[in-house]
Design a protein around this ligand. Structure first.
Ligand code: TXA
Ligand code: MG
Length: 318
């Protein structure tokens, strides 16, 4: 895998690779994506093979701009139009009835398609040069933590020649995957919480969306109870637990929680959800690499702004 910079020349090189059906990992504001030409079924199949992802898990199609939404969706309901206007480009994926030409391999055989316009200057520029949409799941092997730097992507796919290049756009600003809202039914449903939270969605929609039940709805790996998981066993704990040292445990605490010393490692993240999300996956990877018996994660706050973080951490404990 070659590492590309963000110059016009390098983005043109990346666009050529995509046009040939190769895979290119790209930065987005949420996490790095593993991109392939969304209109090339062979390229999309390569994405599944590279990730080791089951074929019935659909991919998100990343668009260069919201004006191309009608090329991929058969129908765009008012709710989706409003959400797109409010949040695109940005960390929101809309599930819509798919246009006829959208390949089954992209949608996992479903009648709906996931669409998003990412808010990253480099990838938007690449999409404009390429001139078409790319299908891109997070650029990690199936079931692993999403990458938020080019180095993470390289460590996921090193030694395999399945990914042609990664564009190094620096660390991702948001740090957790997009909020997914299904607008294909009678009422909008949140399939995956993200940093655009329920309050923000409700304000734009004029009513609260439904929170999807785990047991129903289409398959989505982000909704499997065990996902985004480090290899080390992870436990959610309260601050009191962290006052008793354990030399076999690595800790992810909130800033201000006193470190009594004696843990194998101690990392902390800010008590602000935006900053916490930005750092979360890099810290989990670092702690996972230590070979600790377990990772103790201090329980994050209960407010709505923390819901995406609580969701990812809870899934990682399973
Ligand atoms: O922030 C993000 O969304 C990142 C960046 C790269 O854009 N992408 C990402 O992709 O997280 P992935 O494939 O790791 O997760 C996409 C989620 C999956 O849970 C998938 O099942 C769901 O979106 N999804 C995609 N199309 C869908 C559809 N038609 N119906 C239901 N869920 C869908
Ligand atoms: Mg993923």
């Amino acid at each position: 895998m070659i590492r590309l910079g963000t110059s016009k020349k390098e983005l043109e090189r990346a666009a050529e690779l995509l046009a040939r059906g190769e895979l290119v990992a790209v930065p987005t504001e949420t996490v790095y994506g593993l991109a392939g030409d969304a209109a090339n079924a062979e390229a999309v199949r390569r994405i599944f093979a590279a990730k080791g992802r089951p074929a019935d898990h659909p991919l998100i199609v990343h668009l260069p701009g919201s004006e191309t939404m009608n090329d991929w969706a058969r129908e765009v309901p008012e709710s989706a139009r409003r959400l797109a206007r409010a949040f695109w480009p940005g960390p929101l994926t809309l599930i819509l009835p798919k246009a006829d030409h959208v390949a089954d391999v992209v949608t996992g055989g479903q009648q709906t398609v996931g669409l998003r316009v990412p808010e990253h200057p480099v990838t938007l520029k690449l999409l404009k040069i390429f001139g078409r949409a790319v299908a891109a799941p997070s650029a990690n092997r199936f079931g692993r933590i999403s990458p938020t730097t080019a180095d993470h992507v390289i460590s996921e796919f090193k030694g395999r020649d399945t990914v042609a290049a990664v564009i190094d756009g620096g660390p991702c600003d948001i740090g957790v995957e997009s909020t997914i809202v299904d607008c294909s039914g009678a009422r909008p449903r949140v399939l995956r919480p993200g940093m655009i939270d329920l309050d923000q969605l409700s304000r734009v929609l004029g009513a609260a969306p439904i929170l999807a039940d785990e047991r129903e709805g289409p398959r989505a790996p982000g909704r499997l109870p065990s996902h985004y998981a480090p290899e080390t066993k992870l436990e959610l704990v309260d601050a009191e637990t962290l006052s008793t040292p354990d030399a076999h445990a690595a800790v992810l605490a909130l800033d201000d929680t006193p470190n009594p010393g004696g843990f194998m490692a101690w990392q902390s993240l800010p008590k602000d959800p935006t900053a916490y999300a930005r750092g979360l996956y890099a810290v989990l990877r670092r702690l996972d690499d230590l070979g600790a018996e377990r990772i103790l994660v201090q329980r994050p706050p209960e407010q709505s702004a923390w819901s995406a973080i609580r969701d990812r951490i809870t899934r990682a404990t399973n």
